[in-house]
Write a new protein. Structure first.
Lengths: 338, 247
């Protein structure tokens, strides 16, 4: 295999575009009337939504209680920092492992289900975790949340980088984002990713080909929650606290909405576009009207009615038109997700 | 010893007995058939044999090993593949990707999360060879959902063949096919039977009588007759169930 081909397997043009835009965001975000912290929120939610899309877009599993896991990640990060070690890597690994453990446990109950039953049970579990977090005040501090979570320095052995400022934390999150994108891109184009998409299309046939569909569903759910845990850890640092609101049904719904509007069903980049759209709408529309959510809701409805493939679908159409090719969903999803 | 046998299988749904005391033997390197009128229990029988339903009573043996009640994935891994009466393809994937996924070498690497499957030339070459064998050369990169009905039927069989089975169950492979496509399918099955033991469920009696070495006739959930096509044509039970005339 040539070096170019090998490089193309790891890096794609949309990937480089996203790295370029997000990598320079702190330099121009204020010039367009926005603020530095928004970039942090966007990056963290992009990581969360990319992980979430493994379930919704790739495996066809509508998890409507996924907000619980970003919250668990945030609490796990804070509790590890307060009780185990004030080390960034230990806290992040703690957030990922604890959230994945909760995810794995939840998936034991969900992975035999699909469709509406999966959706309802995911809501039920999300609500269970939400109520545990809000009632178990001795650990989570209830409605007040865990306060004073520090933005820990990045220990690199020979040196230590302080990330207490928002732009510094942003660049740390950006590095995590790049790492997640590269890893998830490999994953969705691997044999594992291929099986996930096959399960979404026809789980019965996959089982008759000798694959353990339940094990795949369990593993992808756990993996998705691990990514949510990582996002949760970063969110705890961004907010310098961990709060129960993030675990509510409302935020679980928002990540679904972001993923659908962005076009998670047809593109790897759907969640990234959806998150950018949501936060841009919240801050740009919100500057003009308090009813921004109403307008955003109407936009969601319009997109789902007239372009259910979302922003990514629109991008595919434009790309096809520019290259004067007929608009086709093929030749394979593996191509269209690029 | 038969490659695949069942002993006294029973299956009921609620108070309806669908299969009653079904005993079958499929010999290796032969093409066996199961026929019967609509609602006779043929497809339910197939579903019990391939693990979709668990039998209420009875035994299923494959190569001497009991596989009664095993889930489909474990039965598939033992070397039994099946096609479906209603199309069961991965419509968003290309024909090539449909077949790639069925290859045992890809299945064994199913949890590989890091390597790019598109770059696996060996698997793609192998899948392309399967497509060529089933007459779909040139359609490797067509979406399965965009293929014609006959091509989709062939792909349905191709996916099962790609799994390198010892035993292949084909459920009503001619369903919905025109005369020309049926002839092409018969040729394909003739070619496949040289290397794979095949069992076909079919309502098209001429098709089945032209291909099979041994046929079981199922009616009212029971085996009412069995034998070679010639023997069955004159069988009084078969005549009485109107299947003889059709044949």
């Amino acid at each position: 295999m040539t070096l170019t081909k090998r490089l193309h397997d790891w890096l794609t043009i949309p990937m480089l575009v996203s790295f370029a835009i997000l990598g320079t965001l702190p330099l121009w975000v204020e010039a367009v009337g926005l603020y530095q912290y928004l970039g942090l929120e966007i990056l963290i939610w992009m990581i969360f939504a990319l992980g979430f899309n493994l379930l919704l877009g790739y495996t066809g599993l509508p998890s409507f209680g996924h907000g619980a896991f970003i919250g668990i990640g945030a609490y796990a990060f804070g509790l590890t920092q307060f009780n185990v070690a004030e080390n960034l890597w230990v806290c992040l690994i703690g957030a990922v492992l604890v959230t994945a453990a909760f995810g794995g446990l939840t998936a034991l109950f969900l992975s035999h289900r699909k469709g509406i039953y999966f959706a309802l049970m995911s809501i039920a579990f999300g609500q269970i975790y939400f109520f545990i977090a809000s009632q178990w005040t001795s650990v989570t501090k209830g409605e007040d949340g865990l306060l004073n979570i520090a933005r820990l320095p990045v220990e690199l052995g020979v040196t230590r980088l302080q990330i207490d400022s928002t732009p510094a934390l942003y660049y740390f999150c950006f590095v995590v984002y790049v790492f997640c994108v590269l890893l998830l891109w490999r994953l969705v184009n691997s044999p594992y990713g291929k099986v996930l998409r096959a399960i979404k299309q026809n789980d019965q046939r996959v089982a008759f080909l000798g694959y353990n569909v339940v094990l795949y569903r369990w593993s992808v759910f756990t993996l998705s929650t691990a990514v949510a845990g990582l996002a949760g850890g970063l969110f705890a640092m961004a907010q310098q606290g961990a709060y129960v609101q993030i675990m509510s049904l409302q935020w679980s719904g928002i990540v679904v909405l972001m993923t659908l509007m962005g076009g998670g069903f047809v593109s790897f980049w759907g969640p990234v576009l959806g998150v950018a759209l949501y936060f841009a709408a919240r801050d740009l529309l919100g500057a003009h009207t308090e009813a921004w959510a109403l307008w955003f809701g109407l936009l969601f409805m319009a997109l789902m009615m007239f372009k259910p493939t979302g922003l990514a679908g629109i991008c595919h159409d434009i790309n096809a038109r520019l290259s004067r090719k007929p608009v086709q969903p093929g030749p394979a999803l593996s191509e269209s997700v690029r | 010893m038969a490659l695949f046998e069942t002993h006294h299988l029973h299956k009921r749904f609620g108070d309806q007995v669908v299969l009653e005391d079904i005993t079958l033997r499929f010999e290796e390197n032969r093409l066996s058939g199961i026929m019967g009128p609509n609602g006779a229990g043929k497809t339910t029988c197939f579903n019990v044999l391939t693990g979709r339903y668990k039998p209420d009573r009875g035994k299923v043996l494959f190569a001497g090993e009991e596989i009664t009640g095993l889930p489909p994935r474990r039965i598939a891994r033992k070397g039994i593949a099946r096609s479906f009466q209603t199309m069961n393809l991965f419509d968003e994937y290309t024909a090539l990707d449909n077949v790639v996924l069925a290859l045992p070498r890809v299945r064994e690497r199913g949890f590989d999360m890091l390597h790019n499957l598109s770059a696996n030339g060996d698997a793609r070459d192998e899948a392309a060879a399967v497509l060529s064998r089933i007459g779909l050369r040139g359609h490797e990169y067509s979406r399965a959902g965009d293929l014609s009905y006959g091509q989709r039927r062939a792909l349905e069989i191709g996916i099962a063949v790609a799994a390198e089975p010892r035993l292949l169950f084909l459920d009503e492979p001619t369903a919905g096919l025109g005369t020309e496509a049926t002839v092409a399918l018969a040729e394909l099955i003739q070619e496949l039977r040289r290397t794979i033991t095949i069992v076909v469920i079919e309502h098209d009696m001429k098709f089945l009588f032209g291909l099979a070495d041994h046929i079981f006739v199922i009616h009212w959930g029971q085996v009412i007759a069995e034998g070679s096509p010639d023997a069955l044509r004159t069988n009084p039970w078969v005549q009485r169930s109107n299947l003889g005339e059709l044949a």
